[in-house]
Structure formats: C-alpha cells, structure tokens
Design a protein around this ligand. Structure first.
Ligand SMILES: Nc1ncnc2c1ncn2[C@@H]1O[C@H](COP(=O)(O)OP(=O)(O)O)[C@@H](O)[C@H]1O
Ligand SMILES: N[C@@H](CCC(=O)OP(=O)(O)O)C(=O)O
Length: 378
C-alpha cells in the first residue's frame, strides 16, 4: 500500500462528500437503498474509531419529485424551494438510517458569506467540534434557501474541501457517479482512468467536463477541491466508499498539493465573489501583494460597485487584473473621499475612526491564479 493510501486508512478524522446523483433517483426522490448502503460504510468507520463529517448534496435533487418537477429548474427561487423540501427529507432519512447503528446526526447548513466572517466562522468550527466530541455525525450542506446567486457556492466539492480545513480533517473522500477521474468524458471509449494525481503536471491535457444529470460543477470543482484540500483526497463512486476508506487502490488519489493556508482566507478566496472592486496604484499593489501590507486609502485610485463595510471586494491592479480579495472596512460611498489621502490626514480632518485601513492585512488574501496566500497562514 502506498504511503498516501495508508494515510487514508489511518486517517482519524475524514470528510466524506456524496454528490446528488449518488443519493437520489432519476425521479427526483431520495434513493433510500443507496443512502442506507452509504450509511452502513460511514457507521463502520465510526465503529472503527474514526470521526466522520459527512457533506451531503442532494437537497435540490430530492425536492424535485415532491414538487412535481422532473429536472433541475433553471431559476434560483424554484431550486431553493426544492432544496427546502429536499433537505428536510434527506436529514429525516439520515436520522433513521444512522439510528440503525445507535448513531445521531446533526444538520449543519453553511453559507460561504457567513464562513469568511470571523465570528461566524469560529461558531461553525466550534459547533462541528462539539458535534464530533459528542459522537454525533455532522451532515453538512450549503444553506441553499438563503444563498443568493452572488454568494452561492453551488457545488459541494469545494465546500467539502473547505470543511476539511475547518475541522482539520486528515483526508477527504469525494463520492460521485463515476468511479474515478478520466482523461476525458468517461462515456467515450478512448478515455482512460487516472489512478493518481501528484501535481498539476498530471492534469495536463485532461478534459474536465461538466456535471451529470443532477450534479453541479462536474470534474472541474472536484479537481479544484483536491487542490485546496491540503490533505489526501480520493475520488470514486459511492459503491466504492468502503474500499476508498480502507486505502485500497481504487478511484483517483490526489496527493496533497500545498500547506494549509488559514481556513477563513480560503473561504474568502474560493467561496465568495467580490461585491465590488477597488483599483490600486502600482505602489499599493506592491505593498499588498509582495510585502503583504494592509491596504491604505492612499493607494486606492478607483472604486466600483455598491458594497457595505464587511463585504468581500476584489482588489485590482491599475490594468484591472484582480490581485487579491479582502473584507472592506468602509461602505463604497465613503471611499471616494478617502482615496489618495494619508491615514494621518484623514484622522486629523475627519476623526480618529478614519485612521483604519481600507482592508486589514488579516482580512486580505492574495489571488495569484494557482495558490492562495494570506497573512493568516498557519
Ligand atoms: N474527465 C472526466 N472524468 C470523469 N468524469 C467526468 C470527466 N469530465 C466530466 N465528467 C462528468 O462529471 C460527472 C460528475 O460530476 P457531478 O455531476 O458534478 O457529480 P456529483 O453530483 O457527484 O458531484 C460525471 O457524471 C461525469 O460524466
Ligand atoms: N447544495 C446543493 C448541492 C448542489 C449539487 O448539485 O452538488 P453536487 O451534486 O455535489 O455536484 C444540494 O444539496 O442540492
């Protein structure tokens, strides 16, 4: 057994994520048999002394049948209505299925927007830790009913990777309707299975296609999840869940890609979209990106969008390239009067409360396309 497969076998805390297609029927209802089979595996993991955090998709897919729908509706409001119905049904099913083993479940619904705000992030972390300490199986999903298009995470693959940071999991298992990553559409006869991804070079030339019948994100978000997880990730189908947890050489094994940046900054980078843009002069870009300083009013030359203090905003170079994302300390309407001014001048002319940074370094994550760096790196 390879070292990394063995690390999965020995992983004490594991995030297991199952996609919509593995949990629901083509008729838009819960697939009780497949849920029970998956719960059998998770309960066996618990009996072997593991802590399992289960990220379950399927709320929208399980709500379609009860609403008389045959396919995923295009509009967000109907998807949210379906999620509201489906989520309750899913958790009811998990509750009775885990009860067969004397195990309790706890529902944890997260929004990306909440997660990067310090206090909410800490609360979610504390709740998950407490559930695990009490021996309860957390069942995590996005809070679909309140997420708007702008702040919506959408797929649960990256959610699972971010949850693995939140709980400091040792491994992640992604369960889908395909048994592994392929070089192209798995329905094509010339597509070959990829057994291991050691780094970006192993992904060169691979066609990462879109999702299947009810899923979201397809392979793109699974590969992205593996990149940000920071721990070993196995991608396989739900029927192979037990083999994946046992470290058997099935599915696709993704080697951990990077050391772990701070969890909150990962959410900021991967789970949010900027609610507006701040354009910087070249000196400020250097200060923020290279020297990792806070963003001060003096370096801002432009502001776009209608955001309020506390919102995530994109931080741009003079040519418009997004170089960072951060939680802004001012409303959009306040910033034009502050731009180009020194903090000392602002404090003297407008009062000491204007001495604060536009974005504090602890709330700033540098986006360089490939890696996520932040001041709060662990
Ligand atoms: N290169 C590829 N390798 C494997 N599957 C792929 C690839 N490209 C696209 N897919 C598709 O991705 C789908 C799984 O993604 P998705 O529907 O989002 O699943 P889930 O609901 O499990 O998250 C599969 O049904 C498969 O057809
Ligand atoms: N939160 C959504 C997940 C959306 C989704 O389809 O995710 P996935 O099946 O993992 O690609 C739900 O429960 O329906």
């Amino acid at each position: 057994m390879s070292d990394i497969r063995e690390a999965i076998l020995k992983a004490r805390r594991v995030v297991v994520k199952a996609g919509s297609s593995s949990l629901t029927t083509p008729q838009g209802t819960i697939d009780a048999d497949r849920i029970d089979a998956l719960v059998d595996v998770l309960a066996a993991g618990r009996a072997a002394g593991r802590e399992i955090v289960f990220v379950s998709s399927g709320a929208i897919a399980a709500g379609l049948g009860p609403l008389g729908l045959t396919r995923r509706p295009p509009d967000l409001a109907t998807q949210q209505a379906a999620a509201s119905v489906g989520q309750g049904l899913l958790v009811a099913r998990y509750t009775s299925s885990f009860a067969r083993y004397g195990l309790r479940v706890g529902q944890v619904l997260l929004t990306a927007d909440d997660m990067m705000r310090r206090a909410h992030h800490r609360n979610a972390q504390r709740t998950l830790e407490q559930l695990l300490a009490l021996g309860i199986v957390p069942i995590v999903n996005e809070n679909d009913t309140v997420a708007t298009d702008e702040i919506r995470f959408g797929d649960n693959d990256r959610l699972a990777a971010l949850v693995s940071h939140l709980v400091r999991a040792d491994a992640v298992v992604l369960l889908s309707d395909v048994d592994s990553l392929y070089t192209g559409d798995p329905a094509r006869p010339d597509s070959r299975r990829i057994a291991e991804v050691r780094g970006p070079e192993d992904l060169a030339g691979i066609e990462l296609g879109g999702s299947g019948r009810v899923g979201t994100g397809g392979m793109v978000t699974k590969v992205e999840a593996a990149r940000i997880a920071g721990v070993p990730v196995v991608l396989t189908n739900a029927a192979s869940a037990a083999a994946a947890l046992a470290g058997e050489p099935i599915g696709t094994l993704f080697h951990p890609q990077s050391r772990r940046p701070s969890t909150r900054l990962l959410w900021l980078a991967h789970a949010t979209t900027g609610q507006g843009r701040l354009v910087l002069d070249t000196g400020a870009v250097d200060a923020v990106v290279r020297r990792r300083k806070s963003l001060l009013p003096a370096g801002v030359t432009g502001v776009e969008g209608d955001f309020t203090a506390g919102d995530p905003v994109d931080v741009c170079a003079p040519d418009g390239d997004v170089v960072a994302r951060g939680l802004v300390n001012y409303d959009a309407g306040e910033i034009p009067d502050l731009m180009g001014r020194s903090t000392r001048w602002l404090a003297r002319e407008l009062g000491p409360e204007y001495e604060r940074e536009i974005i504090h370094r602890d709330d700033l994550v540098i986006l360089d396309g490939r890696s996520t760096k932040g001041q709060g790196d662990e």
